[in-house]
Design a protein around this ligand. Structure first.
Ligand code: IPE
Ligand code: IPE
Ligand code: MG
Length: 269
């Protein structure tokens, strides 16, 4: 069994390495087509499809989650290089607790592993980590890793990486309403001043522009409780590519498509 596992892992490695070579020239060509003046300031990604990707290979879902971390590493790097300002990645939803205990445990552990392994690279790329979600409900080691990631990258002035972990859009709105009510009760805010701004200033993403581009790999056409408030006028790009296969070429293609879109925000062009 171990031999089969090793063979499959080696095969994946080999496939990536070689398709990588062919793709490199194509990436270069496409990257030159990107209009640097019209880059999305904020990109949000629902990192989906890890489980299906792995099961199709006869592997466990956790193998898929592990492979997904490599995609995250690649996408963070290319967003930094392109000087995208904000990247929000959906890593664990408030609904993902419904999954079997072992899978949840693996996802919690992977996050810790990610920060331990990536912290230097993140700093090298001047990435600032900003965890968002109901963090206080997380197991201590996971919470620690998120805090450590934020703490050790706090001074960086590059890409802001919002890591949505135990994140739910509705829960965020509930937390925001609670904050608004608390401020009204304490007299900091008058009820008459509750406008859009009073809400957006109290979201987990306070101070950040809304996403310009939402990417969902793995082909499903739904939001799955992600950034419900912030996505009001975001451009959606759904890709059939599973997250563990998602690489810089896919991101560049998404950006190129975004640049061809006409955004009207309810007005006329
Ligand atoms: C995304 O991949 C990772 C998380 C939700 C944590 P999935 O695990 O949802 O993979 P699929 O959608 O079942 O293929
Ligand atoms: C969304 O994916 C959450 C993350 C990628 C973290 P899900 O796999 O949980 O979404 P559904 O269940 O297919 O809507
Ligand atoms: Mg999924």
């Amino acid at each position: 069994m171990d031999n089969i596992l090793m063979f499959k892992q080696y095969f994946d490695f080999w496939r990536k390495k070689n398709t990588g070579k062919i793709k490199e020239a194509e990436v270069e060509r496409l990257i030159n087509e990107v209009d640097r003046k019209k880059l999305p300031r904020h990109i949000a990604i629902i990192m989906d499809g890890n489980g299906r990707w792995a099961l199709r290979r006869g592997m466990s879902r956790s193998y898929g989650h592990r492979a997904g971390v490599e995609s995250l590493r690649d996408i963070v790097k290319v967003c930094s290089e392109l000087k995208v300002k904000i990247l929000t990645v959906y890593a664990f939803s408030t609904e993902n607790w419904k999954r079997p205990r072992e899978e949840v445990d693996i996802l919690m552990d992977l996050l810790v592993e990610y920060f331990n392994r990536e912290i230097e690279e993140l700093n090298k790329n001047r990435v600032r980590v900003n965890p968002i979600g109901r963090l206080h409900e997380l197991p201590p080691a996971t919470l620690e890793a998120l805090k450590m990631g934020a703490e050790r990258t706090r001074g960086n002035d590059g890409l802001i990486l919002n890591v949505a972990f135990n994140y739910g859009g509705r829960q965020e709105i509930v937390d925001t309403v609670r904050a608004v009510v608390a401020d009204v009760l304490s007299g900091k805010l008058s009820a008459a001043d509750i406008e859009e701004r009073a809400i957006s200033e109290r979201l987990y993403t306070a101070g950040q522009p809304d996403p310009d581009l939402l990417i969902r790999p793995a082909g499903d056409f739904r939001i799955s409780n992600f950034l419900l408030w912030q996505l009001a006028y975001t451009e959606f790009w759904i890709s059939p590519v599973m997250w563990p296969d998602f690489r810089r070429i896919d991101l560049i293609n998404a950006i190129l498509e975004f640049q061809r879109r006409e955004r009207r925000f309810g007005g006329l062009k």
